[in-house]
Ligand binder design. Structure first.
Ligand SMILES: Cc1ncc(COP(=O)(O)O)c(C=O)c1O
Length: 455
């Protein structure tokens, strides 16, 4: 009898250095949560057992990255490490100008400061919180145009991150081309459930932009995961490498913003790319004002090296297969037990549909926050609400995101997370909503203070 092919997909690494994590009891967690004003951002990380708050900057670097760190050239100007990063970025992304920044939002702030002003409108498939805030900070309006399938958490469509192409056409027609300084496409669509954007959709958006003479920029944070999901799900791409797919996508645009804390596999870093010489000059002038000289942009030379190596590793097919399969593992284990999640599982996170999980808590009482807090109380797991607390009236869904840091947790950690979620699901009717007692004018979820609504 021929041997069965081995189907188990293992972590494609072995562990060389370990970091202890700390157990706490439920009474201790209750006390810590109250002291944190019921906002998981305000907890001390030492009081968290499994931290799924974000996949941003929380990954483990490889031996190659650590070796590259030692090669970092810390020269203020003309650093060899910047040349390395630029070479790698130009090879993958194909854009002419590469401007390093300390993280993604610095690239956003510079891009929107140069391109946007009051009266402008910036369409995006779905703005991430920092992207929306940076657009609005210039006085411009940030408009989300998700595809209709993207708004139904349970619908199993392969590219729920897509932009609503007809909506984009309409918006440009009704508001006028001169009010739209650029269009953004976020790959993958983080606030929309970590869902990928198809090549076909990116092509359609690009054609509309080109027809109207509007630049198209990618928010490229998770470009490698998006490329792998295209390879898996879009006809005609199965035989192409993630790198070739990424190149094809970026060729449809005029530039990008990037947080290297995601698919740059680094703990800090980012960049802004453009093909436009004049814009690049203005962007570098602003960069010098607040970030640093254009060959380091607020980063150490060693960080530039870590990102250069990390970008290559993010496109490795063994890594991407493990990444996508291990994220789906969490999603499939909880959804098969009835937990409502955004389907199908995306690249970097599983999103629980908190409105469906807690139908007795209205959006105004933050069902996502109620659920995230209970996961912490039950098992020391930290997740994040993406919903009414984060986006106020612009929230189209109330989700709890369980983001998986890259190369950090093993399958047994994830089995533990599954068990905790299922225990909370079993007694979901006991959970109650919250109300706000303090909010900041921007990005309120980071510092908001809440209290139980029943008190
Ligand atoms: C889609 C998206 N865009 C932009 C950002 C901002 O990047 P950073 O946190 O590096 O400023 C993030 C970060 O989570 C993101 O997910």
């Amino acid at each position: 009898m021929p041997a069965m092919p081995i189907r188990t997909i293992i972590e494609p690494f072995r562990i060389k250095s370990v970091e202890p994590i700390r157990w706490t009891t439920r009474p201790v967690r209750e006390q810590r949560l109250m002291a944190a004003h019921y906002n998981l951002f305000l907890l001390s990380a030492d009081d968290v057992l499994i931290d799924l708050l974000t996949d941003s900057g929380t990954g483990a670097m490889s031996t190659h990255q650590w070796a590259a760190v030692m090669e970092g050239d810390e020269s203020y100007a003309g650093s060899r490490s910047f040349d390395h990063l630029r070479r790698v970025v130009q090879d993958i992304f194909g854009y002419k100008h590469v401007i390093p920044t300390h993280q993604g939002r610095a690239a956003e702030r510079i891009l929107f400061s140069v391109m946007c002003r009051k009266g402008h409108i910036v369409p995006n498939n779905t703005h991430f919180d920092t992207t929306r805030a940076n657009v609005e900070f210039t006085g411009a309006q940030a408009v989300d145009l998700p595809s209709p399938q993207g708004l139904d958490p349970a619908a199993s469509f392969p590219f729920k991150g897509n932009m609503d192409v007809a909506g984009l056409e309409n918006l440009i027609e009704h508001e006028g081309r001169e009010r739209v300084p650029l269009v953004m496409l976020t790959v993958t669509n983080n606030s929309g459930g970590g869902q990928p954007v198809s090549m076909q959709n990116a092509r359609a958006v690009s054609q509309i932009c080109r027809r109207h003479g509007i630049p198209l920029y990618f928010d490229a944070c998770r470009f490698a995961e998006n490329a792998y999901l295209i390879k898996q799900r879009e006809p005609g791409y199965a035989e192409k490498s993630p790198r070739a797919i990424a190149r094809e996508m970026f060729a449809l645009g005029d530039g990008c913003t990037m947080s290297a804390k995601k698919d740059g596999m680094a703990n800090i870093g980012g960049f802004l790319c453009t093909n436009d010489d004049l814009l690049a000059q203005q962007e570098k002038d602003l960069l010098i004002l607040t970030e640093g000289y254009p060959t380091y942009g607020g980063l150490a030379g060693r960080d530039l090296e870590a990102v250069a190596v990390g970008l290559e590793e993010a496109l490795d097919e063994d890594y991407l297969r493990y990444r996508i399969v291990s994220t789906a593992y969490l999603g499939e284990h909880i959804s098969s037990a009835g937990v409502p999640i955004v389907q199908p599982p995306g690249g970097h996170a599983i999103y629980i549909d908190a409105r469906a999980f807690l139908p007795h808590i209205p959006p105004a009482q933050f069902p996502g926050v109620a659920l995230a807090n209970e996961l912490y109380l039950e098992g020391g797991i930290r997740s994040v609400e993406i919903g009414t607390l984060m986006f106020a009236d612009a929230a189209k869904m109330d989700l709890v995101r369980l983001a998986i840091p890259r190369r950090v947790y093993t399958q047994s950690h994830i089995d533990y997370v599954v068990e905790v979620i299922l225990q909370v699901f079993a007694r979901r009717r006991e959970l109650r909503g919250l109300r706000l007692t303090y909010q900041a004018p921007f990005l309120r979820h980071f510092t908001a203070q809440l209290e139980p609504a029943w008190q």
